[in-house]
Unconditional design. Structure first.
Lengths: 168, 168
DNA sequence: ATAAACTTTCAATAATTTTTGAAAGTTTAA
DNA sequence: TTAAACTTTCAAAAATTATTGAAAGTTTAT
């Protein structure tokens, strides 16, 4: 396969994966483009390579910075802003895990906690089923939260060394 | 909190979580409703409780069956179909992991494999960066795949026992 | 064979999400 | 201060995704 074709395919695949995971397709594509780019790129270059508008590029780049996946770079003597992606996949995975934990898992834990204060009749099957489901989900969510917490602190080698030992 | 209010809140929270993870909101809500329902419900009851149309309910129930999250039940002497959810959260987590692995991770692994056949000039920074990123992502994806594979085979107690030992 | 009971389909519509692009805003250099 | 270079905003438009509901299809009992 040719490099040019491979690049397009990679950008497309990354975009598709993103959209399946609740991440805007364009955002994932911009990330893909920066991941395979040896140099930092300008908004202009990104707009052109992905055929997207200035407004879209600007918002997407801002979001990616918010996710901690890319950074701005300034080149001496130039006004333009350049953007580049952290290429370390372990950092990327941790960053995504960190953000999703904060944005999604933590709010859910909060709601589950509130829901466990529900009052009712212990003889009521509705009440019993509700309590049991909420409590079980709560336990799982707490475990997932702890696991992520530890993962976020871990070094890559430590992580894969330990995890692969457990998962034979 | 009252049971009725808590139920609504749970259905809403589950729906929101679903949509953040690329799962249709209604599908997650129907799942939530069945999770907290001690009895299997008919299409009619689901339509009414969630204020959705017959068509929507039918398609959503079909999808949930496809995900292995709910099942049909037939009651003796009745023509109606009843639906109920597996209430075991460990089964639910495994089922979701299994389906997403099949639907998303495996296609990505396939693409990454194709992309590693790219040919080019070892002196070209574009080529080198591309190869490195694809290869690193490929390695991570393979590890994730293996980890999920093991998790799918695991028993709940085994899993939490081992994982929590690693993650102190 | 018929009809009642129930399920499925799908074209049309609605709702939501994403994108555009021009105008407004900001920074820098002279 | 002015103007050029560059970035940000946001209302409108486009694209995508989800939902409706009536008609078609299926199954069962008689």
């Amino acid at each position: 396969m040719e490099l040019a074709a491979a690049k397009l395919k990679f950008i497309e695949a990354w975009g598709k994966l993103g959209s399946e995971w609740g991440i805007n397709r364009t955002m994932a594509q911009v990330h893909a483009l920066l991941l395979i780019s040896p140099e930092a790129l300008t908004t202009e270059e990104i707009m052109e390579q992905l055929s997207i508008s200035r407004g879209n590029a600007n918002m997407t780049l801002r979001d990616l910075i918010g996710w901690g996946l890319i950074e701005k770079q300034h080149k001496a003597g130039e006004r333009k802003e350049y953007f580049f992606a952290d290429k370390d996949v372990w950092n990327i995975a941790r960053q995504v895990a960190k953000e999703r934990k904060k944005r999604e898992l933590e709010p859910v834990l909060k709601v589950l906690n509130e829901l466990s204060t529900v009052v009712g009749d212990e003889k009521d099957p509705d009440y019993k089923t509700f309590k049991k489901s909420v409590s079980d989900i709560n336990k799982l969510a707490i475990n997932v939260d702890k696991t992520l917490e530890t993962m976020l602190k871990a070094e890559e080698n430590w992580f894969w060394g330990s995890i692969l030992k457990v998962f034979k």
